[in-house]
Design a protein around this ligand. Sequence first.
Ligand SMILES: Cc1ncc(COP(=O)(O)O)c(C=O)c1O
Length: 437
Amino acid sequence: MRAVRNLDFDTALKEAEQRYVRANGRSQARHEKAKGSLPGGNTRAVLYYPPFPVALDRGEGCHVWDLDGKRYADFVCEYSAGLYGHTDPVIREAVIEALGKGIVLGAPNRYEAQLSELLVQRFPALDLVRFCNSGTEANIMALSTARAVTGRPKIMVFREGYHGGVLTYAHGGSVLNVPFPLVFADYNDIDGTIAAIRKHKDELAAVIIEPMMAGGGCIPGDPAFMSALRDETERHGIVLIFDEVVTSRLSPRGLQGVLGITPDMMSIGKYLGGGLSFGAFGGAVRIMERFDPTKPNAFSHGGTFNNAVLTMAAGAAGLSRVFTPEAALVLNKRGDRLRTRLQKSIAARDVPMTVVGVGSVMNIHFVRGPVRTPKDLEGARPNWLKLLQLELLQRGQYMTSRGMLALSLPMTDQVVDEFAAAVEGFIDDYADLLRAA
Ligand SMILES: Cc1ncc(COP(=O)(O)O)c(C=O)c1O
């Protein structure tokens, strides 16, 4: 145990930051140089944290190395998109094979219908699917489609929800958001949500929801809430869209499979492109057939890289040969085991922390649980997350600055246990300060 008992929190954080700066000279130099051409040295909001983010040089399996040569177990897992890890041999082989045959073919290629077929087989909501380039784009397309097929303008979203860079509803939303007319509701609040749907039913095109609010803190959707949402949207002809960009990996059939609820549409992204940029949206035939170019008045949906050869090849190889339904079960069980261990350690040490999530994706919060809605996180302490991240980095564990973590397929029980031991070591070091917080 380190001698941190007599420190106050601010001194402890400052001291951890100083150690971080000393250990990461090359990341700091990179950051300084990047500021000359990227605003604040950054091109992706979540990857900035003060004083500067650690920059990575390479990855192998479930590990990454920073510019100063330090190795970390990668629990950032590219915000869940790094499901296959960094060097999966099947994916590498698929990409190299595709690479050898030309990467900008400008025509239907041999891979896209392989991937679409695999997706349609896997996810109950998908009768038909269209590809795009990111989860954000998938959600914009799904929402626009819902507005076009219903002829209604409004979208219901949930406070603190995140559906992409221009579809973010945390802290009241972003000035950069796509200007859809919105109706806000509270996640897991059955009565309030149903009342809002009834009030706006004639104007509501869609309700978009994650079956586990990932960016909002990995808060699982309550089955009774999700089921009430399904019934009420169906009653009023409102398109129910599940954003499963993150949650599709949480069971062999996504969280819709666990809940036994089939939405009208769903969006996917992240790992389903095998680690390359990817997005897709799809749903019931009655909606998606509107994109059939042989039909009169078909919706036109373009996108130069919608069927990008490398993405299609990597995605199809990964889903058919690596992330099989069996692999999904094993991975998510491993995640459940980690969450259970951490919860027990937190309870035994009686500190104001909790871990929430489903299967292989979860979030550590500095608040006493239970966390059922974003409101339960209002008293959480972001500065403690910062200290945790700095201390975990020093212990060789790479975790996001917001406390979200995800497991990847190459992780063994040992790698996961080492992460848990690092968190436990942190709690032991700071237990007195934590209890006083
Ligand atoms: C639930 C959810 N939807 C959509 C997106 C957007 O995906 P992308 O970053 O590929 O645009 C994200 C990204 O983190 C997400 O977590």
